[in-house]
Design a protein around this ligand. Structure first.
Ligand code: DGL
Length: 349
């Protein structure tokens, strides 16, 4: 009997020691296809945000070999309905958890439609060097060859790796590790949809084996001046698409509806029709900050190329595509409405 008890205590002790060696990772679920379900496992139609975080975790029993995982449900929505309410709840909860000594990293499960915005927003407002990793899936949890479970496994592996510290908020999907600032959805259906077309990915993760090849290129997380602790809302910033013969009506409407900033999804190097330029002058006369970005996916939108930004009082988005430029402008407007100062933000963040 004594031998049996001793064996039992040794097993418990060893198990505890092993558990103590594993990183403590919290999975915060927001919804998306990764939590989606469909009637059959071979159909394209499905409903996202159907499956809860505990089911997502239990679908990957191998997680217990690489981390001590707990889960919280922040929301359960298709990310086309992501909102400032969820953004601020998520950011504040991440900062609360990462301030705890017994939390080593965070994984956020998220829909793919707005993950590029959420990842960049968190990259600017998380106040910790600990890893925060967003992940997703292009196929619902019920699909044949669902991509969600392995994405979750890899995301937890990255979030639990000491080498991930200080790399800003990351996105892990399809065996790639991306910077939250650089990543963008490039295909409406393909599993390999997420890319970082301007600078490439930060590295790869293959069944939990990580190979980093780069560091983030801009200031992020603990080093930024942006803080959401006391925020309950964010300034309205609208993105206006520019196209052949585009009138200025929508720009004026955005101003009259209370936009504090406008990002144009311009042509080529952020170019605009003359009618839109006139409407943006109206916006400037009302104190609205104007950021020129481009519908072109790579390259940069530079200052004073085909437009005199200095004379017009415009800001150029430089590397940031419209979806990202809007995120930065919303946070910048919490600090200043001076376009010269805001241009410095686009150089820095
Ligand atoms: N409803 C979309 C979303 O939640 C589905 C896209 C996905 O998650 O793959 O973003």
């Amino acid at each position: 009997m004594k031998k049996l008890l001793s064996f039992f205590f040794i097993v418990v002790f060893v198990f505890n020691v092993d558990a103590q060696k594993l990183p403590n990772i919290v999975i915060l679920a927001t919804g998306g296809t990764i939590a989606g379900s469909a009637e059959t496992n071979v159909q394209s139609g499905y409903t996202s945000g159907q499956v809860g975080v505990e089911i997502l975790i239990n679908a990957v029993p191998q997680l217990k070999d690489i981390a001590n995982v707990t889960g919280e449900q922040i929301s359960n929505i298709g990310s086309q309905n992501m909102s400032d309410v969820v953004w601020l709840k998520l950011a504040k909860r991440i900062n609360e958890l990462l301030a705890q000594d017994d939390v080593d990293g965070i994984v956020v499960t998220h829909g793919t439609d707005t993950m590029e915005e959420t990842a960049y927003f968190l990259n600017l407002v998380v106040k910790s060097k600990k890893p925060v990793v967003l992940t997703c899936s292009m196929r619902p949890s019920t699909a044949l060859s669902a991509d969600g479970p392995l994405n979750i496994y890899n995301a937890v592996a990255v979030a639990g790796n000491k080498d991930s510290w200080g790399r800003g908020v990351m996105v892990v999907t399809n065996d790639r590790i991306h910077s939250g600032r650089e990543v963008v959805k490039t295909s409406t259906t393909a599993v390999e949809t997420f890319m970082s077309p301007l600078v490439g990915s930060l590295g790869t993760v293959n069944y939990g084996t990580i190979n980093f090849v780069d560091l983030p290129h801009k200031v992020n997380t603990s080093e930024t001046e942006f803080n959401v602790d006391n925020l309950s809302s964010l300034p309205r910033v609208d993105v206006i698409a520019i196209y052949e013969d585009a009138p200025g009506d929508l720009i004026k409407a955005a101003v009259d509806l209370g936009a504090k900033g406008i990002v144009t999804s311009g042509l080529g190097n952020g170019n605009l029709t003359d009618a839109c330029i006139e409407a943006l002058k109206y916006a400037r006369s009302k104190g609205v900050v104007v950021v020129r970005s481009s519908r072109v996916l790579t390259g940069t939108t530079g200052r004073n190329i085909e437009l005199d930004d200095d004379a017009l009082g415009f800001v150029a988005s430089l590397e940031l595509i419209p979806s990202k430029a809007r995120v930065l402008l919303r946070l910048a407007l919490l600090q200043t409405s001076d376009p010269v100062k805001i241009q410095e933000y686009y150089n820095k963040y």
